[in-house]
Design a protein around this ligand. Structure first.
Ligand code: FAD
Ligand code: FES
Length: 278
């Protein structure tokens, strides 16, 4: 049975956080604690999470590899499996298999400035990298984060945004869409690409990591071009539909690339070589 690549690890739901309407974070502990302590992954990787009797779905690993013994996922209720996962309670058991896919090349970014740009529910893959780099802060130059959502209620990781905002070694801009602001909102109002342009980050020795809905990514790339960022210094992560996660079923391909094995992390230079369908 151990050789079955589709056999999930059993995980106990240790903590549930309601992040935003329809969006939850689950902290999962390995039922086999010894295995859990040895479990390793790298920032950018994803996994298949299962609700028994319903099926599997794909989420990034949203916690940092620097924090051992558990993994976290953050998901929006979208359909069959995510609705079943949303009904779980603390202490319940679910399945997890992974880690899969490639990783953000964090080791190559040592000594560089990092600019994180995220929108909506796409903060989870970036949260993994943000905590990874903050937990090894001495390895990096300036760290800037621009994050936006439709309204203040839709922002995820609200307590962590506060923590990042209070750190002297992080520059944080949180924005909501025009019209989404509430009377007590004290952050920016504007779409993410406009806030990036206003922040005017230097491309010098800087890596930009962009995760968000396709329209946000499409509108952010020209802003980064205008600021002088080179395509090889811009990274994103793709969310093509997947089934097996391990390069067997052919469900996730873009041209000759399997997003589950060659991705999900791609530099913009690599994306430019792919067919436009991604
Ligand atoms: C590498 C990767 C990482 C992901 N990380 C996250 C994450 O961290 N958090 C999160 O909430 N979601 C993430 N997703 C998307 C997530 O996999 C889907 O939302 C989930 O599988 C839906 O499962 P379901 O059974 O509940 O919905 P289904 O019943 O299968 O589908 C419900 C609706 O969602 C649409 N849908 C399903 N999957 C996708 C997709 N990949 N892209 C666009 N539309 C889709 C369907 O077309 C349908 O309209 C990720 C996907 C990939 C490939
Ligand atoms: S998900 Fe099966 S090949 Fe990529």
């Amino acid at each position: 049975m151990d050789s079955n690549i589709y056999l999930p690890n059993l995980m106990i739901v240790e903590k549930i956080t309601q992040e935003a309407p329809g969006v939850k974070t689950l902290r999962l502990k390995f039922k086999d604690e010894e295995f859990g302590q040895k479990f390793e992954f790298k920032a950018g990787q994803f996994a298949e999470y299962s609700a028994f009797g319903e099926g599997e779905c794909t989420f990034c690993i949203a916690s940092s590899p620097t924090r051992k013994g558990y993994v976290e996922c953050t998901f929006r209720e979208a359909g069959r499996v995510t609705s079943a996962l949303a009904k779980l309670e603390e202490g319940d058991t679910m399945g997890f298999r992974g880690p899969y896919g490639n990783t953000f090349p964090i080791d190559e970014w040592k000594g560089k400035n990092l600019l994180f740009i995220a929108g909506g529910i796409a903060l989870p893959p970036m949260r993994c990298v943000i905590w990874n780099t903050l937990d090894t802060r001495e390895n990096f130059g300036d760290i800037s984060i621009v994050y936006g959502a439709k309204s203040p209620a839709d922002l995820v990781y609200k307590h962590e945004l506060k923590e990042w905002g209070e750190r002297p070694d992080v520059k944080l801009a949180v924005t909501v869409d025009p019209g989404g602001e509430t009377p007590d909102w004290k952050g920016e109002v504007g779409f993410v690409p406009a806030v990036v342009e206003k922040m005017n980050p230097s491309p010098e020795n800087t890596i930009a990591i962009v995760c968000g809905p396709p329209i946000m990514i499409k509108m952010t790339f020209p802003v980064l071009d205008k600021l002088g960022f080179k395509p090889e210094n811009i990274y994103t992560t793709l969310e093509n539909r997947m089934k097996c996660g391990v390069g067997k079923c052919g469900r996730c391909n873009v041209g000759e690339k399997y997003v589950c094995k060659d991705g999900p992390v791609f530099s913009r230079l690599e994306l430019e070589a792919l067919p436009a369908e991604y």
